[in-house]
Design a binder for this molecule. Sequence first.
Ligand code: ZN
Length: 294
Amino acid sequence: MSDTIQRFTFAKLPIRGEIITLEQSYQTIVEQHQYPQAERQLLGQALAANALMAEIIKIEGKVALQLQSQAAVKLLLTECTHQGHIRGLTHINQDMASSELDFHAWTRGGQMAITIEPEQGKRYQGVVPLENTELSSCLEDYFNRSEQLPTFIQLFVNDDKVSGLFLQALPANSQNEVSPEDKAGAFEHVKTLAETLQPEEALSLSHEDLLYRLFHQDEVTLYPEKPIAFQCNCSRERNERALKTIEPSELISMVQENDGNLELVCDFCSNTEVFSEEDIMTLLSSNAPSDSIN
Ligand SMILES: [Zn+2]
């Protein structure tokens, strides 16, 4: 399997980790939009980071990352569900974008948020400060500030693959009574080792080999692979529901202005649904009071 995420733990250290590789899903998503290289890299990093966070937050539902700025990145939006379904898109101001990805410059003055949307229960949104040079370090900051959990994130990306490593100090609990000094020491230890990881290694080694290369002296347990796949939840029915929210007379003039065919393109996957004037009329008549009585 090429696209997987795996958790890992250390037998003697109060630290948890995750490792991810995206290949097919990443390629599918970037090819839907024919993004230039630097945009592919930005989106690849965000997709991997989003999946790593969804796995650590562990809710039944959806975790999304959203970034907006007046600089090169107009919009960056990714989502990952607990089933491992990811999708994402980015809109770039081409005249403000350098040919090489420069996260800090590309997002200057912008706002980033993480949204946690459980299937049951309340939606939560947290602000991710954009004060660091990389997406990974901005997200580390988020965990450090919002949960006071030291976190280390590495993201590596090339044209057809993304690899990511996530390390986090475990929240304190009864089974994990270590002094703050020992905890900080343990975290520094694994972080120092992880920092030796080179992009070529991260993008070529299997998860098992990579963890052995970094932590073979620290008794790591690697948990089973969870598949990650691209999946968009757009559908004709969703489009119909969206169209029904438009004022009928406005909808009819929209379809007439478009030569009798309204094309709705999904921003995520570029799937196109065409609604003819006849389709629109059928849709509107299904809204009629005589129907809703039945
Ligand atoms: Zn779609």
